[in-house]
Design a protein around this ligand. Structure first.
Ligand code: ACO
Length: 297
């Protein structure tokens, strides 16, 4: 389908990215997908929206500049708790876990809803084959309740604003004299590749060392689904077998911060996650930002 309007092919895309198909928003609204994911997570957790103490939404772009997407989700699910949006690009799920964990440590919450809702297909110029073939849209949600399953989180940021960015113009005013232009998603692919492998390998090594573990002690390593070659490079660095790295990039493409919770949910639904399993989640994205979390089920 892409080759109908782009000078590209499955023979180019699949070996370089691992993507065969992706879901692209057409008549859906992102907030509808986010609300659906949130409601499914609440049902799975067996709690009602009224029992939520905090909602964290990870999102890069949506139709609204304001209000924040988390407030729209709050209304859609019928919750009344405080909510907050974060934009940590593809690493948003890990950053949201970190905020939730801080709220737990402060004794301020019992139940937290994290929703990652992303439409990255709205960011590139679809005539740009180097970016438009990579992404898929999606929403994933998780409910956190009391417990000590999160064993550690490690975050890092390294400002590199020319490697992966998009700019948009705001409303003009009578006073604006600077030049402003809309710039669709720009990506220096090879720089992103190198950053992703290094950051994720470093984050995972660090979080394991902090918990006196090695990669051999971990049952599952769930990486942000950006590119199968990035996943393979991290796998090789950690010297771990392929079956420790569940993937869904082939059918979903890169769905930004939604990729980790969608993958986590798929693993849970297909019975891959067992009580006592140790999971490492690791994600990286524009900024650059990255983070890893160690969870024991
Ligand atoms: N179809 C056909 N040809 C293409 C396509 C395409 N879709 N895209 C680029 N090309 C061409 C280029 O025009 C170029 O042609 P030229 O040599 O005639 O100039 C050639 O392929 C090589 O282009 P490169 O950009 O050098 O290709 P590279 O081997 O680096 O692969 C890729 C590009 C897949 C993006 C790679 O850099 C990569 O995997 N980077 C990681 C970035 C990533 O995964 N980002 C995801 C989003 S960010 C995130 O989630 C954190």
């Amino acid at each position: 389908m892409l080759a109908e309007f782009l000078d590209t092919s499955d023979e180019w895309i699949y070996p370089r990215t691992g993507v065969k198909s992706r879901y692209v928003i057409s008549d859906e609204k992102l907030e509808e997908m986010a609300i659906e994911a949130a409601n499914k997570a609440l049902a799975d957790a067996g709690i009602t929206a009224a029992e939520l103490d905090y909602i964290i939404c990870s999102n890069v772009v949506n139709e609204y500049i304001t209000p924040q997407l988390s407030c729209i989700i709050q209304g859609g699910i019928g919750a009344t708790c405080p909510c907050i949006d974060i934009n940590c690009a593809c690493a948003g799920f890990i950053y949201a876990l970190d905020i939730a964990e801080s709220q737990y440590r402060a004794g301020r919450v019992r139940n937290v809803l994290i929703v990652c809702a992303e439409e990255p297909t709205r960011m590139p110029d679809w005539a740009d084959r180097s970016t438009s073939v990579l992404f898929g849209d999606g929403a994933g949600a998780a409910v956190l309740t009391g417990g000590d399953n999160i064993k550690g989180i490690s975050l890092s940021s390294a400002s590199a604003t020319d490697k992966l960015y998009q700019k948009r113009t705001l409303q003009p005013t009578p006073y604006i004299t600077k030049e402003e232009i809309d710039i669709p998603l720009q990506m220096k692919g090879q720089d992103v590749f190198k950053f992703a492998v290094k950051a994720s390998s470093t984050d995972i090594t660090k979080i394991l060392a902090q918990n006196n573990l090695t990669a051999n002690d971990v049952d599952h390593i769930l990486l942000h689904q950006a590119n199968i070659r990035i996943i393979h490079a991290i796998r090789d660095f950690l010297k771990q077998p392929d079956d420790k790295f569940p993937v869904n990039i082939e059918s979903h493409g890169n769905s930004s911060s939604s990729s980790c919770p969608i993958l986590l949910d798929e693993c849970r639904r297909n019975g891959r996650l067992l009580p006592g399993d140790k999971i490492v989640l690791s994600a990286f994205g524009a900024g650059f930002v990255s983070g890893a979390a160690l969870i024991e089920l």
